[in-house]
Write a protein that binds this ligand. Structure first.
Ligand code: SF4
Length: 80
């Protein structure tokens, strides 16, 4: 389980989440920020500070944002 950054981050990239993550699991990509599922400890701190509500627990990602689970994972790991 991990937290996942979804489409509202695209083009927004406020980056508030990176300041609060205790394990530095959030990394900047070209189009959005991504959460490393291997490092995330599910603390929820990033979700609370995201100004565009782009961050969800993996089991709470909206239906139309499900593709971002794999997109976040793929950013860090080529295979799952
Ligand atoms: Fe970092 Fe916590 Fe967000 Fe996971 S849930 S990415 S550990 S701030």
């Amino acid at each position: 389980m991990a937290f996942v950054i979804t489409s509202p981050c695209l083009g927004e990239k406020s980056g508030d989440c990176t300041d609060v993550c205790p394990v530095d699991a959030i990394h900047e990509g070209d189009d959005q920020y991504y959460i490393d599922p291997e490092l995330c400890i599910d603390c929820g701190a990033c979700e609370a500070v995201c100004p565009v509500a782009a961050i969800f627990s993996e089991d709470s990602v909206p239906e139309d944002e499900q593709g971002f689970i794999m997109k976040n994972r793929s950013f860090f790991h080529t295979s799952v």
